[in-house]
Design a protein around this ligand. Structure first.
Ligand SMILES: *Cc1c(COP(=O)(O)O)cnc(C)c1O
Length: 736
């Protein structure tokens, strides 16, 4: 019996449909997500990490029956279920192009559920209940699957099921980050083990470390998209091999290479075992690049051609999105390690050791001691892109050595700017307002600027009131988390009581949430402590800031930044104005991003894209960032009766040496906060409304929402990368 059926058997008849919803993450981007499951048992809902399957399994029957005889609940459930059924039939009425038929079936008729886009990624961030992501890369992958589902683009995700997920962050009494892992109860997660017609788990086999490893597969339903997760934790595997899919980014180079083999080679074998023959292979990040070798291997079996000829065919079906802008050195493996893991594989491709290592080698004259997954992905992909125009430029410079016949401008790496899934990242309080004033049943797509320009019709006081509620919620939540953390660390009673004074809903609130690594410069605001205090603790125009984010377990420099931030949280002049929320994840992000007035983003240049600021803008928040990544494209200075949509830190062409860049940018940030941002925020009319600030909020929504959302992004991937067509489906019809 499948897990859904088992759950249905437990539920009272009026609630049976909850089982279908619980096993499809579609529920997580409806407005009902706030209360659909949580009202059944709020404290259990918290305890089980917002996982609806675990909740429904744990709730006592008596409580389920109370819900099952509540006519209000049943009405709402019935309504949601009819939406769900309509959605599964045809997607949301977001028919891009204004036509009734799903847009994608017109734009790309060659794609189908048997011949979909296979989207490979080492992490997927769909929801906080599925801890298979670390940050931006994974959330982008999750948002892509959701938009593909909304647009009707046939897409399957291929990833790994990490039994221990990603680490939880705990800060000890000295502010030092400690990492701990919890074991996922896979049988209570919203996923099904994929079985054959005899009820046996479908498995595929591959050789790792000269041993056969058996891999089983789980399926997660994401609306009309599926995510397949590969899992080596089977009793018939060697104990070492069972741990391959143990921790995301955990372990040594050997484990990470084994993960890359399972994802790439295992992923392609799995798709074939399930009778899925992808039309397009999309590598989001380079971790799955070995998969393209496996595709070549399959083609070789039916062909007399050599590897070069076959690779040319593979390139016609492969797309690679590169992410990291700084580390040409990241995701590389020692050649010896590659040899010990793949020495038995390359003969099947008709390749010698030298030929094979050359596939991952930056230039012919480099010593063959490092094998780069990014180089392999670039070599085997017909199309490649960076994640913002600026990032595309940087990638072309960075990888020119691979294309000796091209000038930098000719290097075939384009750019598609990242976007975020609007329904996931817009707080329901805000989307409710948009529905009233932008029109919910309006068939124009979410990417249509004319739809969003109607934000001007939202009365200022209503927008401000909703935003203030979201801010109040963030502050209440932050206090709660900080109080618990102080209590758990055994801090003194007066330290715990002081939390009551932490943050103030009336104060201009900044947010900063992302990975702490030196180049993201999380402590730029405190470069000059005296100035920071003068600005934050200003008597009439105070400013407060909420931080969140993890440091990579091996990144001591990043951990030291967090430690210094924790010191500022205790500083007598700042203690009520600076807060740190531990263990940043998607649940925290959904509270933090819509709750802040202003988002700070100031990595050392260059940056790839950044997406958090896009989520902030969807909720009416403003951005203040260096002119880099997505913000270099999105920033609007205003003028001609239009308000600006945020602020720019530092110069367009900053000093290249890091110290001077820090100095310039900190100076610029202080100047903006003190002389521009705070005065504007505190400038109120008789009704207490900051009219000019609200005008900027509207400019932020109007200018960012139609373009920096993943519907636009997936549509661009489809028309430019997956099935480029010279025909009528120009990208401009979607995004202009
Ligand atoms: C959006 C998001 C990120 C990505 O942040 P960037 O601004 O792209 O660095 C990371 N973590 C979580 C939990 C997110 O929701």
């Amino acid at each position: 019996m499948t897990s859904v059926l088992r759950l249905k058997a437990k539920l009272p008849t009026p609630l049976v449909a909850l089982a279908d919803l619980a096993y499809d993450y579609w529920w997580s981007w409806t407005e009902e997500r706030v209360s659909l499951f949580s009202t059944i048992d709020p404290s259990r809902w918290q305890a089980c990490g917002h996982n609806p399957v675990a909740l429904l399994e744990a709730v006592p029957l008596e409580r389920l029956w109370q819900v099952a005889e509540d006519p209000y609940y049943l009405n709402r459930l019935r309504h949601l279920v009819s939406q769900f059924e309509a959605y599964r039939r045809q997607g949301q009425p977001v028919s891009l192009g204004g036509n009734r038929a799903p847009w994608a079936s017109q734009a790309a008729p060659q794609l189908s559920s048997d011949r979909p886009v296979a989207y490979f990624c080492i992490e997927f961030g769909l929801h906080e209940s599925l801890p298979l992501y670390a940050g931006g890369l994974g959330v982008l992958a999750g948002d892509s699957l959701k938009s593909a589902s909304d647009l009707g683009v046939p897409m399957v995700g291929v990833g790994l099921l990490y039994r221990q997920g990603y680490f939880h962050q705990h800060l000890n009494r000295s502010g030092w980050q400690e990492e701990h892992y919890t074991h996922c109860e896979v049988n209570h997660l919203p996923m099904e083990l994929v079985r054959d017609e005899f009820g046996q788990p479908v498995t595929i086999k591959l050789d790792i470390r000269q041993r056969p490893v058996r891999v089983q597969v789980w399926r997660v339903q994401v609306g009309r998209s599926q995510l397949y997760l590969l899992d080596t934790d089977r009793s018939d595997n060697d104990p070492l091999d069972r741990r391959i899919t143990g921790q995301l980014y955990g372990g040594n180079p050997e484990t990470r290479l084994a993960q890359a083999l399972v994802l790439g080679i295992g992923g392609v074998r799995m798709l074939y075992a399930l009778d899925i023959e992808p039309m397009v292979y999309h590598l989001n990040g380079s971790h799955g690049a070995f998969g393209l070798l496996e595709v070549a291997l399959r083609d070789l079996r039916y062909s007399e051609a050599d590897f070069e000829a076959i690779a040319a065919q593979v390139r016609q079906r492969s797309v690679f999105t590169t992410h990291s802008p700084v580390s040409a050195a990241s995701n590389v493996f020692a050649a010896d390690l590659i040899e010990s893991f793949l020495g038995g594989y390359w003969p099947h491709l008709g390749l010698s050791r030298e030929d094979f290592l050359a596939l991952g080698n930056r230039r012919p004259d480099d010593p063959w001691d490092l094998f780069s997954m990014t180089v392999l992905a670039l070599r085997l992909s017909g199309k490649a892109n960076g994640v913002s125009p600026r990032h595309g430029e940087i990638c072309r410079e960075m990888w020119q050595a691979l294309y000796p016949d091209c000038t930098v401008d000719q290097v075939p790496i384009g750019a598609i700017t990242n976007g975020v899934h609007a329904a996931t990242w817009t707080a329901p309080l805000m989307s409710d307002l948009y529905r009233q004033y932008l029109g919910y049943d309006d068939p124009t797509p979410t990417t249509d600027p004319s739809r969003w320009s109607r934000v001007d019709a939202i009365p200022d006081d209503q927008l401000w009131q909703r935003h203030s509620l979201l801010k109040e919620r963030l502050i209440a939540y932050t206090r709660d988390r900080v109080r618990t953390a102080r209590h758990d660390r055994g801090e003194a009673a007066d330290e715990i009581a002081a939390v009551d004074r932490l943050l103030d809903p009336a104060v201009l609130t900044l947010g900063f949430g992302r990975r702490f690594s030196p180049y993201k410069r999380g402590e730029l605001l405190f470069s000059d402590l005296h100035r920071a205090i003068r600005i934050l603790a200003h008597a009439r125009r105070p400013i407060q800031i909420v931080f969140a984010g993890k440091a990579n377990p091996t990144d001591d420099e990043g951990k030291r930044i967090i430690q210094r931030l924790m010191e500022w949280c205790r500083h007598p002049a700042l203690r009520d104005r600076v807060a740190f929320i531990e263990d940043y994840d998607m649940a925290v992000a959904k509270l933090l991003l819509p709750g802040v007035d202003l988002w700070l983003n100031h990595p050392r240049r260059p940056e790839a894209s950044g997406t958090s600021g896009q989520k902030v803008a969807l909720n009416g928040g403003l951005n203040c960032g260096t002119l880099d990544g997505w913000w270099a494209e999105a920033y609007r200075a205003g003028g001609a009766g239009q308000a600006a949509n945020g602020w720019v830190i530092g110069k367009t062409n900053p000093a290249t040496d890091p110290d001077s860049q820090n100095h310039q940018d900190a100076d610029s940030l202080y100047d903006l906060l003190e002389h521009h941002i705070a005065p504007l925020y505190y400038q109120r009319d008789r009704a207490g409304l900051p009219r000019q600030w609200i005008a900027m909020m509207k400019a932020s929504i109007r200018s960012c929402a139609p373009h920096y959302n993943s519907d636009r992004m997936v549509a661009e991937y489809l028309t430019q990368m997956y099935v480029p067509s010279p025909g009528p489906v120009a990208v401009s019809s979607v995004s202009s």
